[in-house]
Every structure is written in C-alpha cells, then in structure tokens.
Design a protein around this ligand. Structure first.
Ligand code: IPE
Ligand code: IPE
Ligand code: MG
Length: 246
C-alpha cells in the first residue's frame, strides 16, 4: 500500500500551511551558496502544490518570505525577489492547467514594483480557477498583520463605520489578511526547527503542528502524505474532553 493510499480522503484538512525552512542549510551541505538552496526550494513548491491539488486540498498557504527576512544580506534578499518574479512568470500556465487560484498575504506594498506587478497579474489570470487556492505569504508576519488589522479597525471606528462593541471574533478575522480563508487545520514546518517564527499566530490557535527534520528542498509529496497521515491519527478536542468529541 502506498503512502497516498493510506490517507483517509474523508478526513482531509481543508487548509494546510507550510513554513518552508532549511534552504540555506541544504545548500551549505552541498557546498553551495544560500541562493542555490532557494532555487531548489522552488522544485519542492511545484511538487507540493501539485500534490495538494491532486488530493483535493482546498487551501495551501506557503510561508515564503517573512517581515524579518528583509534583514538578511542584501544579495540574498535581491536574489529571492528575482526568483519570485521569475517563478511566478513561469508558473502561471501550470496554475491555470491545474485549476489553481493564486492569492497573497503580507505587506505586498513592500515588495519591489516588478514583483508586485507580476503577482497582481498572476492573481488576475488565475482568479476564476475553482480548485486549490494557493496563498503565498510574502513580506508576511503575524505581528505585522495584527497591528495592521488593529490600525484599520481603528480607522473604521473613528470614521463611525464600526462600533467597538460590534467587534466579534468574526469581525476581527474579517480584517486580517486571511479574511475569507478557513484557519489551517495542519501546519507543517520543515528543517527540524520547533518554532512558528511569526506565522499565522491568530489563525493557528487550534491547528495541529507537524515538525519534520527534512530540509525544504528535499520535501516531496510522500513527506506531505506522511504529515497528513500523522494529522489524521490525532484527536482534535478544541478544549473539550475526549468523550465529547469521539
Ligand atoms: C527558508 O530557508 C526560506 C526563507 C526563509 C526565505 P532558509 O533560508 O531560512 O534556510 P535555513 O533555515 O537558513 O537553512
Ligand atoms: C521562517 O523561516 C520564515 C519562512 C520560512 C519564510 P526563518 O528561517 O526566517 O525563521 P527562523 O529565523 O529560523 O525563526
Ligand atoms: Mg530558516
């Protein structure tokens, strides 16, 4: 029985979020510079996006560049931005072929103008696709998002559009950049680090976390299946007792 066959298709997560980590270490192990690792990480992105689409997952969020990653050496940041522009340009036909809709979360206005243009174009060209929604987290961090959300809520209160007492959990969620997307049931982090690094802090309150030592450029469909099988073995209690949820 293959790993894929071990997945219970009735109990698939609707939304998987991945912290794609370990590109630099992967490259270093091979005696190359960090950009070589990022370049090979794109191959994993292709493979995992395809894997999620084949399984019928509805949402996949990929943490590709954090707010804090802007502080990396300038040549790495520039290289990553160029890789982003090139990859989006190359991948739009495949996204369309596989009925995948592209979305982004993060402080997109901080990206170089050509990256913003490329993204907007790809979002527009894939907007009518009805299969997997691929959400790229770019210049994203949860603390940035929450502060940005509070600022926009504040403006709507001042302008009289919103009453403070009308702010519910769903109102708050509707101001986050993930508005309209369900919370991820499963969060995967590669590279053996056991941390969240400012990713979707509000949205992962009840997500199942899966950590693997595999470095991102080595991560393939079978690793994804393994994570889903592990997720399916867990009991999600949401604060209740085991008896209440079984
Ligand atoms: C993840 O790999 C990609 C980004 C954060 C852009 P890293 O570049 O963080 O690789 P390591 O963690 O240094 O190995
Ligand atoms: C998290 O990886 C961000 C992304 C994968 C885009 P980092 O490599 O930036 O995180 P830390 O520094 O190990 O926490
Ligand atoms: Mg890292």
């Amino acid at each position: 029985m293959s790993l894929k066959e071990k997945i219970d298709v009735e109990k698939l997560p609707h939304h998987i979020a991945i912290i794609m980590d370990g590109n630099g270490r992967w490259a270093k192990e091979k005696g190359h510079d960090r950009l070589y690792g990022h370049f090979h990480g794109v191959e994993s992105v292709r493979n995992i996006v395809e894997g999620c689409a084949e399984l019928g997952i509805s949402y996949l969020t990929l943490y590709a560049f954090s707010t804090e990653n802007w502080d990396r050496p300038q040549d790495e940041v520039t290289g990553l931005m160029e890789l982003l522009v090139q990859t989006i340009r190359d991948e739009v036909p495949t996204l369309n072929k596989n009925n995948i809709r592209l979305q982004v979360i993060g402080n997109i206005g901080q990206l170089p103008q050509n990256a913003q243009n490329e993204l907007n174009e790809a979002i527009r060209e894939t907007s009518t696709n009805t299969g997997l929604t691929l959400i790229m987290a770019l210049s994203y961090s949860s603390r940035w998002e929450i502060i940005d959300t509070v600022q926009r809520i504040g403006k709507d209160i001042v302008s009289g559009k919103l009453k403070p007492e009308a702010i519910s959990a769903s109102t708050f969620a509707s101001y986050l950049c993930t508005a309209g997307f369900p919370d991820p049931e499963l969060v995967i982090r590669t590279s053996g680090e056991y941390r969240i690094s400012n990713f979707l802090l509000y949205q992962i309150a009840y997500s199942e976390l899966y950590f693997t030592p595999t470095l991102w450029p080595d991560f393939r469909k079978d690793d994804l299946y393994q994570a889903i099988i592990n997720y399916q073995s867990r009991e999600r209690r949401f604060g209740k007792t085991s008896e209440q949820v079984s």
